[in-house]
Design a protein around this ligand. Structure first.
Ligand code: PMP
Length: 309
C-alpha cells in the first residue's frame, strides 16, 4: 500500500495515522510516571513472530498494573497486523521490524477536559531493527558487565511485567557502559544471582547443560521460552534456577536472548573470557541453528551482512 512521503504509520487511539500525528499529551501518566506497559515482537523475513504470545504477555502486564486497555486481545492482534501490513512496503527486502504495542493509563481526571481525551492511550507501531549497530555482536560475542545496581525485587515491582518504567535496568546499563561502552549489562537480583539486562535474558552452559534464572526474577522473554523449548528438543537439559557470578565465570559458554537478538553469544563476563573466547560455543551454535530453522530465517546472516557494507 502506498504512503504519502513514504512515512510509516501507527495506530493511535482508534485510528491509523502517520507517525508524526501520534501526539501523546505531555500529562499522560505514561510520560509522567512510566505508568504504562508495552510489548515488542519482530518480523523474520517480514513475517511476524509469536504475536499471540507477545499479546498474551502484554495483557498479563496490563492486568498486573490494573490498566483496562479498552480493547480486546483479538482486536489488538488485528490492528497490529494491519499496521505491519501498511508499513511493510517501506522496508528493504533484508530488513525487519520491531512491532510494538504501547498502552498507558492515559490522563488523570483533572487533565482530561484540557486535552479532550479520556481512557487509556493505545499505540501500535513499527521500527526497523538496529541490524547494523548490533552486527559485530554475532562476530565477536557480547561483553557482559555486571553493574552494582540490583534488579528491583519482585515484591516491589514484578520483573514479569513489561512496564514503561525501565529506570532500574537503565541505571544498570549506564554503569556497565561507563566501564565498557560496548558492554551489555546483566543485573544481579537482590540475592546476588544473575537476573537480566535492559532487554535480554541470560543463559549459561556448563558441561553440556544449560542454566537460566528463574522466571520470578526476570521477564519471561518470548525468545527465552523459545530457546528453552528448542534446547530441550535438541536433547539438552535446561535448568531454570539461581545462578551467580561463580557460575558465570566457570561457564563454558553463555548467550543472551531477546526479540531482536534471538540468540547471541556472550564472549566474556566482567572481562572473564568464556570457552577460550571462541564464539559461538558449540551448544550456543546448535541453539542458534535450531532457532533459524524454527523461524525459517537466518538472522545471524542478516546481522553479519551489515558488516560487509
Ligand atoms: N528482559 C527484559 C527486562 C526485557 O525488556 C526484555 C525484552 N522484551 C527481555 C528480557 C527479553 O524478552 P523477549 O525475548 O520477549 O524480547
Amino acid at each position: 500500500m502506498a504512503h504519502a512521503g513514504g512515512e510509516r504509520v501507527a495506530y493511535f487511539n482508534g485510528r491509523i495515522v502517520p507517525e508524526r500525528d501520534v501526539r501523546v499529551p505531555f500529562r499522560d501518566r505514561g510520560f509522567k510516571y512510566g505508568d504504562a506497559v508495552f510489548d515488542t515482537t519482530r518480523t523474520f523475513g517480514h513475517r511476524i513472530f509469536r504475536l499471540k504470545e507477545h499479546l498474551e504477555r502484554l495483557y498479563r502486564s496490563l492486568r498486573y498494573l490494573r490498566i483496562d486497555p479498552g480493547i480486546g486481545l483479538e482486536d489488538l492482534r488485528r490492528i497490529t497486523e494491519e499496521v505491519l501490513h501498511r508499513n511493510l512496503p517501506l522496508l528493504e527486502p533484508d530488513d525487519d521490524y520491531w512491532v510494538t504495542q504501547r498502552v498507558t493509563r492515559g490522563l488523570d481526571p483533572s487533565d482530561r477536559e484540557v486535552f479532550g481525551q479520556s481512557g487509556p492511550t493505545v499505540i501500535v507501531e513499527c521500527l526497523p531493527l538496529p541490524l547494523r549497530e548490533r552486527a559485530t555482536l554475532y562476530r565477536d560475542g557480547i561483553r557482559v558487565v555486571v553493574p552494582s545496581v540490583r534488579r528491583a525485587p519482585p515484591d516491589s515491582l514484578s520483573a514479569r511485567t513489561k512496564t514503561n518504567n525501565y529506570l532500574n535496568v537503565v541505571l544498570g546499563d549506564l554503569e556497565a557502559k561507563a566501564r565498557d561502552p560496548e558492554a551489555w549489562a546483566i543485573l544481579l537480583d537482590v540475592n546476588g544471582n544473575l537476573a537480566e539486562g535492559i532487554g535480554s535474558n541470560i543463559f549459561l552452559v556448563r558441561d553440556g547443560a544449560i542454566y537460566t534464572p528463574r522466571e520470578q526474577f526476570v521477564l519471561p522473554g518470548i525468545s527465552r521460552e523459545t530457546a528453552i523449548e528448542l534446547a530441550r528438543e535438541l536433547g539438552f537439559t535446561v535448568h531454570e534456577r539461581d545462578i551467580d557470578l561463580f557460575d558465570a565465570y566457570n561457564a563454558d559458554e553463555a548467550f543472551l536472548t531477546s526479540t531482536s537478538l534471538c540468540v547471541c553469544p556472550v564472549r566474556s563476563v566482567n572481562g572473564v573470557e568464556l570457552g577460550g573466547g571462541k564464539v559461538p560455543g558449540p551448544v550456543t551454535r546448535r541453539v542458534i541453528e535450531a532457532y533459524c530453522r524454527l523461524v525459517d530465517y537466518d538472522f545471524v546472516a542478516q546481522y553479519l551482512k551489515r558488516l560487509e557494507r
